[in-house]
Design a protein around this ligand. Structure first.
Ligand code: F0G
Length: 464
């Protein structure tokens, strides 16, 4: 069949009602949440685009697999099924389950990092950065120049600047214990990394004898971008492409809450026997025995099945198209977004949309909160609140001030997305009326989760 309409490649057999609220109810809920959408009751949100992490709908086959869970403390059948699926996909020798991605990060970095070291990547995600910094090391972002300019178009905007990486290794190689790369590049807009760039990274890592570790949360979306956009890749399956990507690395951290199509879970995969042994010992201390790593047997079953479903082509075609569909509508209406649309989310350029709100008055928060009050939609700020605070306590504008609208997997239909587009365009049309915020109370690490805010009066938002 050659029809052009790309449809949801599933039918729905179980539904969950969403709650409609009035504008007054939303204003009150936001006030009570300290103007931080993380602190809302999720029930008061109509369309929740806070994250694509753990929020996906599982398939009937995954729900069925839950009943196959073997809850044995050690050596569970579910672990071996999970391990075999991950190994067949990634080819890595040691597969260490964890309760989610950041646990894999913490265990990896606590095992291998020393204070004063540097870990380069395209862009580190916030939990990755925090887990590096907590070890006294530095997380350095080396994405290509286009990756830092929201409006710049590039087919692989998540690529690492290979020259900059080579420069870093030539000057400070002894301080770099490993090289990372995030696929897709979440903090840079959900943008893909090309196979050519990954091969280039491998060659540099070989020259300097450095392990290459993938942050593989969205490996399947990245593989499909490669298939769509990279010369010579059109005839390969997403799974074959993913296999090659993994084969270029020495290990990965993974959050199964994204491309594992599960509600919880993750893993650390490594080829290095020594690192793996030390990681397993740390795992026992904080996560659990190495055959469950903080997960139930049924979680391992759901992930094993999810990793098979996520590389299916009809799914990936729908997945990337549904994100692009929202991006196309906003672009046609002149709303500034990171171009081109990423895999899992649309990133609104709040700094460009709200020039009257300076970065230290948090334009991302201003836009985010307006979207909630106007339409009951929840997104997340990726900007100065998330990245502007440095370990020494000082604050500076982040590279970009974005609002991310992340799309949960297999959850919302095209009409939900039409509603989101209409709401964003409405808020953008009255952008002059939005003003900034100040932080009333904020933690020293990962403050965006718990900070509380106060709106600045419209006429004082141009100051600081
Ligand atoms: N790496 C990337 C690129 C991520 O996007 C995330 C999570 C993690 C690591 C950590 O994984 O949540 O399982 O501990 N990102 C979510 C998000 C939270 O909303 O983008 P986790």
């Amino acid at each position: 069949m050659n029809f052009r309409t790309i449809i949801e490649p599933f039918r729905i057999k179980s539904v969950e009602s969403i709650k409609f609220t009035t504008r007054e109810e939303r204003e009150r809920a936001l006030r009570e949440a300290g103007h931080n959408v993380f602190l809302l009751h999720a029930e008061d949100v109509l369309i929740d685009l806070l994250t694509d992490s753990g929020t996906g709908a599982m398939s009937a086959a995954q729900w069925g697999a839950l009943m196959q869970g073997d809850e044995s403390y050690a050596g569970s059948r579910s672990f071996y099924r999970f391990r075999d699926v991950v190994q067949a996909l990634t080819g890595f020798r040691h597969i260490i389950p964890t309760h989610q991605g950041r646990a894999a990060e913490r265990i990896l970095f606590h095992t291998v990092l020393e204070a004063g070291q540097i870990v380069p990547s395209n862009n580190h995600f916030d939990t990755t950065r925090a887990n590096i910094e907590v070890e006294g090391a530095e997380a350095r972002d080396l994405v290509i120049a286009e990756g830092r300019v929201p409006a710049a178009r590039h087919r692989f905007k998540g690529n690492v600047d290979l020259e900059a990486l080579e420069g870093l290794l030539a000057a400070h190689g002894a301080r770099v214990p490993l090289v990372m790369v995030t696929i897709t590049n979440n903090s840079g807009g959900g943008q893909p990394v090309s196979l050519a760039n990954l091969r280039g990274l491998r060659a540099i890592c070989d020259r300097y004898a450095k392990p290459l570790i993938l942050d593989a949360c969205r490996f399947a979306e990245n593989a499909y971008f490669i298939k769509l956009r990279e010369d010579g890749q059109q005839d390969r399956t997403p799974r074959e492409i993913a296999r090659e990507v993994f084969s270029l690395a020495d290990g990965c951290t993974m959050s199964a809450k994204k491309d594992g199509l599960a509600n919880i879970g993750g893993f650390l995969a490594l080829n290095n026997d020594n690192w793996a042994e030390r990681a397993r010992n740390l795992l026992i201390l904080t996560e659990g025995f190495p055959t469950y790593g903080g997960l139930a047997g049924y979680d391992l079953e759901a992930i094993a099945r999810g990793l098979e479903e996520v590389v299916e082509e009809p799914y990936l075609r729908y997945r990337l198209r549904s994100t692009e569909y929202l991006g196309d509508k906003l672009t046609a209406a002149g709303v500034p977004i990171i171009q081109p649309p990423g895999g899992h989310a649309i990133y609104l350029d709040a700094r460009a949309l709200l020039p009257q709100v300076p970065p230290l008055a948090y334009p991302g928060i201003a836009l985010l909160n307006a979207l909630y009050v106007e339409a009951g939609i929840r997104g997340v700020e990726i900007g100065t609140v998330m990245f502007g605070q440095h370990p020494d306590g000082t604050e500076a504008p982040a590279a970009m001030d974005l609002v991310r609208l992340a799309i949960p997997r297999r959850v919302y239909t095209q009409s939900h997305i039409d509603y989101v587009a209409e709401a964003v365009i409405h808020v953008a049309s009255r952008r002059e009326q939005l003003s900034g915020y100040r932080i009333v109370k904020g933690a020293r690490v990962l403050r965006h989760f718990t900070a509380t805010f106060e709106p600045l009066a419209a006429d004082s938002s141009t100051g600081t």
